[in-house]
Design a protein around this ligand. Structure first.
Ligand code: CTP
Ligand code: CA
Length: 223
C-alpha cells in the first residue's frame, strides 16, 4: 500500500536499469561471476515504477522475481547486457547502471568442458568487456545517466574519479563489504555538490530516497 502513495515524481519518464552480476563463460559448464545479488537494482526498478516511470530492467542472473510493473530481460554476459541495453536505449529519459558488470571476459572460452588431463591448471586469458555506462553516457542527446560504485576502500576518492571518468553527473557509492547480498545498505550520493550520505536503511527505503534524489536532479525538458 505504501507503494500506492509514493509521489509520482517520474510520471511519463522512460527508465532503463541494469542490475545483478554478469557471468562470463569459461567452458560450457563453468562461469566467472561476482557477489552482486541484484537487490539494489531491483529495489530501484520497483521504486521507479512506484514513482510513475515506465521501467525496463536488464538483469544478469539473480534469484529475484521480476518486480511488479517492470519489463525485464535476463542476460548472462557483459556483452549480452551491453547489446540488450543498446537495443533499448533509444527514447529512454534515464539510465541507472546498477549492474556489477564483469570488467573482463574469458578470451579463450573452451567449446568443451575442460578436463583434468594431467597438464596442470588451465590457462585462462582475459579480454576487456565494453563499459556499458560510459558508452551510454557518450551518446549525443542520450538519457541522463546515474552510475553506481561499490568499493572496498577510499570510497569518496574512487567515486569522484569514476564520476568524472565516465562523464556522468551523479554516482551512488557504497562500501562493498557492507552491502553485497545484505538487505540493508548505506550509500552516498556524489555529484557536483560533493558527497551526501544517506542513513543506513533497507534497500527498499534507500531505493525510494535515491529515486527522489534522481528526480530532483533530472533535467526538466519543457513540454
Ligand atoms: N559499468 C558498466 N560496464 C562495465 C563496467 C562498469 O556499465 N563494463 C558501470 C557499473 O554498472 C557502475 C559503474 O560503471 O554503474 C562503475 O562500475 P565499477 O565496476 O565500479 O567501475 P569500473 O570503471 O569498472 O572501475 P573498477 O572496477 O576498476 O573500480
Ligand atoms: Ca568494474
Amino acid at each position: 500500500l505504501t507503494a500506492f502513495f509514493q509521489p509520482k515524481r517520474l510520471k511519463g519518464k522512460r527508465v532503463l536499469i541494469t542490475a545483478g552480476p554478469t557471468t562470463e563463460a569459461i567452458d560450457p559448464v563453468r562461469v566467472i561471476t561476482n557477489r552482486s545479488s541484484g537487490k539494489t537494482g531491483y529495489a530501484l526498478a520497483s521504486a521507479a515504477w512506484e514513482a510513475g516511470a515506465d521501467v525496463t530492467l536488464i538483469s544478469g542472473p539473480t534469484a529475484l522475481e521480476t518486480p511488479y510493473g517492470v519489463v525485464r530481460t535476463v542476460v548472462e554476459s557483459a556483452q549480452q547486457m551491453h547489446d540488450a541495453v543498446m537495443s533499448q536505449i533509444a527514447h529512454q529519459d534515464l539510465f541507472i547502471s546498477v549492474a556489477a558488470v564483469a570488467d573482463w571476459r574469458v578470451a579463450n572460452v573452451s567449446g568443451e568442458k575442460l578436463k583434468k588431463d594431467g597438464s596442470g591448471a588451465p590457462k585462462i586469458e582475459f579480454a576487456p568487456n565494453p563499459d556499458i555506462l560510459a558508452t551510454v553516457a557518450a551518446i549525443p542527446n542520450g538519457p541522463w545517466c546515474v552510475g553506481f560504485a561499490a568499493e572496498t576502500e577510499n570510497l569518496a576518492q574512487y567515486a569522484e574519479e569514476k564520476r568524472k571518468r565516465k562523464g556522468i553527473s551523479m554516482l551512488i557509492g557504497n562500501l562493498a563489504q557492507h552491502v553485497m547480498d545484505a538487505d540493508h545498505t548505506t550509500v552516498s550520493i556524489f555529484d557536483d555538490a560533493g558527497e551526501h550520505r544517506l542513513p543506513k536503511s533497507s534497500k527498499q527505503a534507500v531505493a525510494r530516497q535515491l529515486i527522489e534524489a534522481i528526480a530532483q536532479r533530472l533535467p526538466q525538458v519543457p513540454p
